[in-house]
Every structure is written in C-alpha cells, then in structure tokens.
Design a protein around this ligand. Structure first.
Ligand SMILES: Cc1cc2nc3c(=O)[nH]c(=O)nc-3n(C[C@H](O)[C@H](O)[C@H](O)COP(=O)(O)O)c2cc1C
Length: 184
C-alpha cells in the first residue's frame, strides 16, 4: 500500500496522542490514520511496506500487555498472534513513550522489546534517536549509544515533543517514502 501505516499500543491514551500528531504532521496523503494494536491483526500491518510503530513503557521493560497489569490489550497480545511473521523488505520506524524521572532506571525500556521483535521478523529498522536532552540512569532502548527510535516523555518534557517529532520525521520520512516511491 502506498502509504505509511501507523500503529500504536496505549493504556492511558498518550501514545495515541503522539501517533495522531505524527499522522497530522505527515498528512493524509502519505500516512494512514493511526490504529490501536488492540484492534489490529498481522495482516493489517503487512499491508504496508513502511510502518511507524509506537509503544508506551510498562513493567520491567516488558512489552505492554494484560499479563503485567495493563487493562487494555497491547503489543504483547498482538505479537502473540504473529507465528512466523515475515517483515523482510519492510522498513519500520519506532517511537516510545516513557517517564524519565519516575522510571529513571528503565526509561522507555519497552521500546527495546518492540525493536527486538520486529528486527526478529526481518524488518529494517530506521530512525535511531540521540539520547541528548534526556536525564535517566538506564534504558534498554539505548543500543550502540542511541535510542532505537524516537523517545517522548509527555510527563516531564512535553515542551520538547513537537520539535522532537519534527526533527525525527525529517530524518525518517524520506527513508519511509523510499519504500513506495515511483521508480524514476
Ligand atoms: C504502572 C506504570 C508503569 C510504568 N512503567 C514505566 C517504565 O518502566 N518506564 C518508563 O519509561 N515509563 C513507565 N511508565 C510511564 C508511561 O510509559 C508513560 O506515562 C506513557 O506516556 C504512558 O503511555 P500511554 O498513555 O499511551 O499508556 C509507567 C507508567 C505507569 C502508570
């Protein structure tokens, strides 16, 4: 499909808000309306060659799910249906929500689980993000010195959210569009 698919998990709506902002900034022509993963299937994601996937952080860096106390189904319930999923040839950019003051020892760590999962399905992950400007002790989502995707903290740094999304989109949008650009 010649659009970027946007899928998010959420418990209290913040990740939906960020997904909607990302969609609005990309525009309807190139990005599909964001969809909650609790209403999605593997086939829904596989329609797209370019994807933006978002998750909040809950638990000890787990993928959010009912098993760890979330009230809504989330990424783990969806991925449990992904037997032998093949995302090779797909390009995926990730974003994660977290709270760096309260959860400094595992800031945005669920993002790593999403990264690990989609890497395992053969997707090409793009959109790593600099850790500068955040204050935390540890995050599983830091690989080779940078976050594996955009990290947003609406609790203590919402004033930076728009500029962070803009800078990240400037980086990932051309990479995602390449997946369905008309051949020259
Ligand atoms: C019970 C609970 C556990 C959380 N665990 C973490 C965590 O381990 N790491 C982190 O960075 N943020 C953690 N957070 C913060 C959430 O990830 C953050 O508030 C996020 O924006 C929530 O997104 P949502 O509204 O889409 O569910 C936790 C929040 C709650 C209420």
């Amino acid at each position: 499909m010649s659009k970027i698919g946007i899928f998010f998990g959420t418990e209290t709506g913040t990740t939906r808000l960020i997904a909607k902002k990302i969609h609005k900034k990309l525009g309807d022509d190139i990005a599909a309306k964001p969809v909650n993963v609790n209403r999605s299937s593997l086939d829904d994601l596989l329609q797209y060659d370019a994807l933006i996937l978002g998750t909040p952080s809950y638990g000890e860096g787990d993928l959010p799910c009912r098993r760890i106390g979330c009230l809504e189904s989330n990424w783990e319930e969806l991925l449990a249906q992904f037997d032998n999923a093949d995302f090779s040839g797909k390009r995926v950019a990730l974003f994660g929500l977290g709270a760096q003051e309260r959860y400094s020892d595992r800031f945005a760590s669920s993002l790593f689980r999403l990264y690990e999962a989609f890497k395992g399905y053969g997707a090409e992950i793009v959109g790593g993000w600099n850790t500068e400007g955040y204050t935390f002790e540890h995050s599983a989502a830091v690989v080779d010195g940078q976050f594996v995707g955009l990290v947003i903290d609406q609790r203590t740094q919402s004033m930076f959210t728009d500029e962070r999304i803009d800078a990240w989109l400037a980086q990932v949008k051309p990479l995602l569009l390449e997946k369905f650009a008309a051949p020259a």
